[in-house]
Design a protein around this ligand. Structure first.
Ligand SMILES: *[C@@H]1O[C@H](CO)[C@@H](O)[C@H](O)[C@H]1NC(C)=O
Ligand SMILES: *[C@@H]1O[C@H](CO)[C@@H](O)[C@H](O)[C@H]1NC(C)=O
Ligand SMILES: *[C@@H]1O[C@H](CO)[C@@H](O)[C@H](O)[C@H]1NC(C)=O
Ligand SMILES: *[C@@H]1O[C@H](CO)[C@@H](O)[C@H](O)[C@H]1NC(C)=O
Ligand SMILES: *[C@@H]1O[C@H](CO)[C@@H](O)[C@H](O)[C@H]1NC(C)=O
Length: 461
């Protein structure tokens, strides 16, 4: 499938958590230092040791972290980083021994080609459960802080916020001194809903001010932001505007972990620092489970898409395929009497083109329907790409090849299709939204993505 392979902008992800293979020293900075530690047994460098050669965005760190050295003495020193060092070690060992070590009985053992390195991932997950603690700032009032949408295409934002704030959540830190990461619990969706006024001239300004003020408050009141310049802080949002609004504070934009659905690498999304949040569409707010999947014989449609002509990629897709072919069904609006979910269940390949923004809820929908996703996007690193090898259970078609969709999909043998499809079923568990969250489900996979990014840096406290 050479012509369907992932494009080269995915390389950093391919390297990440991958294997003990070759490590290119040019990549030796920030987030990839964990990789280095995997490959040669060393620990990542402290952030404060970066030279002026450090990449854009971390340039301000080394200067200012020295200034805050005094500050960091006031907070608990050592324990956090010691624990992370042990976790890195355990992951390294698991990757070499190709087995895990756990104090508990492991009911689910990730294995198979869908994982870039199943052993490293499993151990990393075990280590996360053993020690990862998240502190959520208590400042701020709902609905803009501490509350988010629970329905529609941005639902995962609200569910994540309320899950992480749940008293019973085992990952909750009881005191900020025991936290590995700090959550900024504002909801961009609610900020937009409650504060956005379309008829004022600079409509971004009040929205950005809210975010800037929030960080102002917590960095004034506590030492945690200043001591790391935001590196161990994260925000979560599925709203299209989240990347843009996050530049309300430059350190948030450049240093913090931004967990966002609109993960467009040509709009400042940084692989290895930021996290792609999957868009989980809950039309009525009800949680759903993957459907019992249909046999291959019942999947009579080769490919299916239905959706508005949003953005240039969909325009090209609809231009070439809308109403043109009986095997590639592309609709702008679904004709009356046809059922979207039912069609997906009868389809072999579900087309998931980007819309106005890179993310598409169709990716998770097609995984739930047991349909092999066909991702048509540019500069979009798919969710959990540091753990999951998307080339093993999905197809990527570059925008230029949209006219060849039929030829490309028909070129996939039935045998190959069966393999891809069985792997789609295998990854379903990682996209299920449960409340409370369950092991290896979508919320815990998001947390694991954050955990990995925290593992990638050492902070001098
Ligand atoms: C910053 O701190 C590091 C060690 O923490 C030290 O080696 C370095 O000289 C300091 N740089 C400046 C400009 O003070
Ligand atoms: C892997 O580790 C588990 C628990 O540590 C152990 O029970 C199992 O026998 C090991 N498997 C292999 C193949 O070494
Ligand atoms: C702007 O819109 C709001 C409601 O959306 C309205 O209350 C307000 O009067 C409008 N302002 C102007 C200047 O039109
Ligand atoms: C953090 O830094 C900012 C800007 O330098 C400063 O205004 C604030 O007081 C600092 N916070 C603490 C807790 O010292
Ligand atoms: C990603 O960002 C680039 C640069 O701003 C933009 O041109 C492109 O349209 C974006 N992609 C999508 C699908 O919106």
């Amino acid at each position: 499938m050479a012509n369907l392979s992932w494009n080269s902008s995915f390389m950093p992800l391919l390297l990440f958590l991958l294997s003990l293979a070759i490590f290119n020293h040019r990549h030796f900075y920030g987030f990839q230092s964990f990789l280095l530690s995997l490959s040669n047994g060393r620990e990542p460098p402290f952030f404060s040791h970066f030279t002026s050669n450090s990449p854009p965005g971390h340039g301000d760190l080394q200067a200012s972290l020295n200034d805050t050295a005094k500050l960091s003495k006031r907070v608990k020193v050592g324990i956090i980083e010691e624990g992370l060092a042990r976790a890195r070690n355990a992951i390294r060992h698991a990757a070499i021994a190709r087995n895990y070590s756990s104090e508990k009985v492991e009911k689910f053992i990730p294995r198979g080609a869908v994982y870039r390195n199943a052993y490293a991932f499993h151990q990393s997950y075990i280590e996360m459960e053993k020690r990862f603690k998240v502190w959520t700032y208590k400042e701020g009032e709902p609905p803009i802080i501490h509350e988010g949408p629970g329905a529609s295409i941005y639902a995962i934002e609200g569910h994540f916020i309320s899950e992480i704030e749940d008293e019973k959540n085992p990952f909750r830190a009881h005191h900020p001194d025991e936290a590995h990461v700090f959550f900024l619990p504002f909801s961009v969706v609610n900020i937009v809903q409650y504060v956005y006024k379309p008829n004022v001239s600079d409509y971004w300004k009040p929205l950005k001010r809210l975010i800037a003020d929030y960080i102002g408050v917590i960095s004034e009141k506590y030492p945690y932001w200043n001591r790391s310049l935001g590196v161990d802080h994260f925000m979560v949002s599925c709203h299209d505007w989240a990347p843009h609004l996050s530049d309300a504070n430059l350190q948030l934009y450049r240093n913090s972990i931004r967990v966002i659905c609109n993960a467009n690498t040509s709009e400042g999304f940084k692989l290895g620092k930021d996290v792609t949040l999957p868009e989980v569409h809950l039309p009525d707010g009800l949680l759903s489970q993957p459907v019992r999947h249909r046999s291959l014989a019942e999947r009579t449609i080769l490919a299916f898409f239905s959706g508005g002509s949003h953005g240039y990629i969909r325009e090209i897709l609809l231009h070439h395929w809308k109403g043109k072919d009986h095997e590639i069904l592309a609709y702008e609006y679904l004709p009356k009497g046809l059922n979207y979910a039912e069609l997906m269940r009868k389809t072999k390949f579900c087309l998931c083109p980007s819309g106005y923004e890179v993310a598409s809820p169709r990716i998770v929908e097609s995984i739930f329907m047991g349909c092999v996703p066909v991702i048509i996007s540019v500069n979009y690193p798919p969710p959990f790409g540091d753990v999951l090898d998307w080339s093993k259970f999905s197809v990527q078609i570059p925008v230029e090849k949209i006219p060849e969709i039929k030829t490309l999909l028909k070129g996939i043998s039935e045998r190959r299709y069966r393999i891809l499809q069985s792997r789609v079923l295998q990854v379903q568990r990682h996209f299920v939204l449960n409340r409370p969250a369950k092991r290896f489900d979508v919320i815990h996979m998001v947390l694991h993505s954050i955990w990995l990014r925290r593992l990638n840096v050492r902070l001098s406290y």
